[in-house]
Design a protein around this ligand. Structure first.
Ligand code: UDP
Length: 324
């Protein structure tokens, strides 16, 4: 298949591109390189520099590429930042998404695999969460993703789009070639590993008074390769609707730090800090639907493996991608 991958220079997009190419698909990456890295784009992919917020830019790309399907990763994705500046998130994630939908509809491209998130569910009462869990986001990031899900449902009904929503839990890990390099970094695992690399003195634990066994927040960490593989299954197996992507195992912030201590052999000093606004206490996936309908089976479900692979990449790339 020929895929147009928005945000293909970012963390999840770059690794999905790599796996698509490994499986013999053709990939054109569309990315404005604001947060992505040119070095993260696999040399076998074509690259188009462009911004989704510029209507012509994505329209022209869609016209010239004429893809069989779109994978849409390009977005802002930080809970904390979205609480500070909601409009930034609605503008990029929603307005940019509308221009993408319009371009697909104009060119007659139907299939879209959309990077959605467990943040669309908010702070659910029942764990683990299924795709039927009510969607009540607690932060503008999750809200912006839910808005685009809804827009895509209307585009399905009115413009014959075929959307698939992949609701990610916490992506982590790396391949040998590509890994996680955000500026600034805010995610737990890369921050913990940067302490082990000696680049930071300690890790802050955002809140230890949540209603969880050790008081710190619980998340469901999923290996980036497993996440990428689900996109390929979704596009090749003709999946439809929404799919949670997680391992169904919750780990607290303190547990993540402990596993990272074992993997790295570094003491990783930690300090408790105030809660981060917008953070739900627990997010754990029920991903049976992806397993049953897409035939998806995570190859690396263990947190230890996820952290080992991330650690390997960060040791090989202590300053991330070159030139940034
Ligand atoms: N977290 C933390 N210290 C940090 C970064 C994150 O305690 O320096 C916590 C955060 O509050 C959340 C969990 O780690 O409970 C995962 O956060 P991350 O930003 O990695 O992913 P998110 O769940 O926000 O997508």
């Amino acid at each position: 298949m020929k895929l147009l991958v928005t945000g293909g220079a970012g963390y999840i997009g770059s690794i999905t591109t790599q796996l698509l190419l490994d499986e013999g698909h053709e990939v054109v990456v569309f990315d404005n390189l604001e947060l992505g890295h040119r070095e993260a784009v696999d040399s076998r992919a074509s690259f188009l520099a462009g911004d989704l917020r510029e209507r012509e830019s994505i329209h022209d790309a869609m016209m010239s590429v004429q893809p069989d399907a779109v994978m849409h990763f390009a977005a802002y994705a930080l809970v904390g930042e979205s609480m500070e500046d909601p409009m930034l998130y609605f503008h990029n994630n929603v307005v940019g998404g509308i221009y993408l939908v319009e371009a697909m509809s104009a060119v007659g491209v139907q299939k879209i695999i959309f990077s959605s998130t467990c943040a669309t569910y908010g702070a659910p009462d029942v764990i683990p969460m299924t795709e039927e869990t009510p969607q009540n986001p607690t932060n503008p990031y999750g809200e912006s993703k839910l808005m685009l899900e809804k827009i895509l449902l209307w585009a399905r009904d009115r413009h014959n789009l075929e959307p698939v929503f992949l609701r990610y839990f916490n992506a982590a890990g790396a391949t040998e070639a590509f890994g996680e390099d955000h500026h600034p970094e805010t995610h737990l695992i890369p921050l913990v590993l940067s302490v082990a690399l000696g680049k930071r003195g300690k890790i802050m634990i955002f809140g230890d008074d949540y209603d969880t066994p050790d008081g710190s927040c619980i998340r469901d960490y999923i290996h980036i390769v497993d996440l990428a593989q689900a996109h390929i299954q979704a596009v090749t197996k003709g999946g439809a609707g929404a799919f949670n992507l997680g391992n169904g195992m919750g780990y607290s912030v303190k547990e993540v730090i402990d596993v990272a201590r074992e993997v790295t052999g570094h003491p990783i000093p930690a300090e408790v800090a105030p809660r981060r606004p917008g953070d739900p206490a627990r997010l754990v996936a029920a991903a049976d639907k992806a397993r049953n309908e897409l035939g998806w089976k995570p190859a690396y479900p263990e947190l230890r493996t996820i952290i080992e692979h991330a650690w390997k990449w960060h040791q090989a790339h202590p300053d991330g991608y070159e030139g940034k």
